[in-house]
Design a protein around this ligand. Sequence first.
Ligand SMILES: [Fe+2]
Length: 290
Amino acid sequence: MPKIVRNPRIRDNIRIVDYNLYFNGTPERQTELMDWYERGEVIVLSNYRFDAGRKVIANTSFPNGTKKLRLHSAGLNHLDAPREREWGEVRQILNNDEAKVAEFEAAVAAANAELIRLVDGLFPRYRYTKRLCIYNLTEMLAINLHFDSPQHADISTQVRAFVNMDNFPRIWHVGQSLEEVVRDFYDEAGAAKLEGGHPRAFTRAMTQAAFGDRFESGARPWPRHSIAFRPGEVWFVYPNVTAHEVIYGRRLLDAVFMFEQDDLLNKERYLPTLVERFHAERRKATPNPE
Ligand SMILES: [Fe+2]
């Protein structure tokens, strides 16, 4: 179980979900989980610990500045081939030590297989077009509150799972929803002029107006929950619609399992559709100038 300090001044959007009830769960449980996820709740698994490959990966560090690496394994259902360039970077980081490379590759293959099993078993009704397994084994500190603003936000959506692969907690802050922030910051963000643009421009503008840039961690008096995710803990969050911040963390395995808008339980939770709705609501609320 994670260590959580819930801030009573904001809505409680953290949900602890029992792996034994929801993995290969009934259709009702599947629906519940999809609904919570799509609404932006932080879903943390209880009665589960991710151990596949973790011993080796927790002993591997990427130098600071290393980009996140998409490390896919041959023979697994990633729907995306292993990338020679990214594996080449791993070999370089491990000084081309054959034994170390082989050990790391085996750990990654075990972790990827387990992550695919887990996400497919918890969210079996999304038809994935890609199952990306992304490794960030660098040390992260004070990434300010933000909404994720991915390039692909205008063409597909995703299940996003996070695994703490370290032997030390990963510490996050979780803030409010995009809706709540839009209500307070739409005008300040100058959002009206972004109508019709890429939805990432909208989430970026909201992040900037509400929380400031990457370096303003803790600088603004925003209420937030604090969570320390234990080693081997797994959580899910739709990061485009829930503000979150990495306070500290070292080794993360990050799943981005892509799927199409049509597979959403609540189709209006698709980011481009949400953003259109925010603009439309604002137009309705603002009287036409005489
Ligand atoms: Fe993020």
